[in-house]
Design a protein around this ligand. Structure first.
Ligand code: F3S
Length: 278
């Protein structure tokens, strides 16, 4: 399953289609977390803007796969700029869950990376108190410091790329400490499948190479699950292979993040087989 997931593939095809129709395109922030894809789009005239007011006349603004905050969406709608929301449907589904199930008396807890744009977007949909915790021990701290949660209604969701293992640990803690929690498992199946597959592969290898952007959350998670099993290296392109010493390894596994294009994966594989044959 390595390489583009459904949501990234959809967003990339959307931009390709606009470009093939001769349209000018701008994206609000980088469309995905892969520097090579972003560079390629830049070379083909796609602007990255931070604000709708920066969009040049006539260009279509594309909103990123991770989704945006409610405020930003409102701002884009009011700007009069033509736009397409390329947020992954799985991310939109979490926004809807939080919008539909939260109110001023409900506490929303998001398991995820507090600095990630996807998490900012999810948090913005909460209508009452909301918290982001990065793992099960932070969750336990939060629940214990706020005894109140046992009397309050609570909803729990995760960032789409959250670790399956941490989610399982978190669930046990919530079930133990809260009586009023509504739990929504919102990890994306693409993430889940990739993590399990990568772990299975890593268990049978002497080293693992993970191909993907350093800013990409799901790529980082793949590295984290594999490094429990064998030495694991994250590279963005085939060029970085020369910095890694794989001489003592008989079997090396390769996998890639959900925003890594097939062409980069192929290049890594062919560079590796060239050096194996040399
Ligand atoms: Fe969407 Fe899952 Fe990819 S949330 S962007 S399909 S990793």
């Amino acid at each position: 399953t390595a390489g583009f997931c459904f949501g990234v593939d959809r967003a990339i095809k959307l931009i390709e289609k606009l470009l093939s129709e001769g349209k000018k395109v701008a994206t609000l922030g980088p469309i995905i977390h892969n520097p090579q894809v972003i560079e390629d789009f830049k070379n083909r005239g796609v602007d990255i803007v931070e604000h709708p007011s920066e969009v040049k006349n006539g260009a279509v603004l594309v909103l990123r796969t991770h989704g945006v905050t409610e405020d930003v969406l409102e701002e884009v709608k009011n700007s009069g700029v033509e736009f397409i929301d390329a947020a992954c449907p799985f991310v939109n589904k979490i926004h809807k869950i939080v919008r539909d199930n939260s109110n001023e008396n409900v506490v929303t807890i998001i398991l995820g990376d507090p600095s990630h744009p996807e998490v900012h977007g999810i948090k913005s949909c909460a209508k009452g108190e909301s918290y982001v915790v990065k793992d099960s021990s932070e969750l336990e701290d939060l629940l214990q410091k706020n005894n109140l949660f046992s009397q309050k209604e609570l909803i729990l969701v995760e960032q789409t790329t959250f670790s399956v293992k941490e989610w399982e640990k978190s669930l046990k803690k919530v079930k133990l400490l809260c009586t009023n929690a509504k739990i929504f498992d919102t990890i994306c199946s693409a993430t889940n499948e990739r993590q399990e597959e990568a772990m299975r592969l890593a268990k049978t290898c002497d080293a693992m190479i993970i191909v993907g952007g350093r800013q990409s959350s799901n790529t980082a998670k793949l590295k984290a699950v594999c490094e429990n099993c064998c030495p694991t290296y994250l590279i963005e392109t085939a060029r970085e292979l020369s910095d890694i010493d794989l001489s003592g390894c008989k079997k090396v596994g390769v996998t890639a993040g959900a925003s890594t294009p097939a062409a980069i994966i192929k290049e890594v594989l062919s560079t590796m087989s060239e050096s194996t044959n040399a």
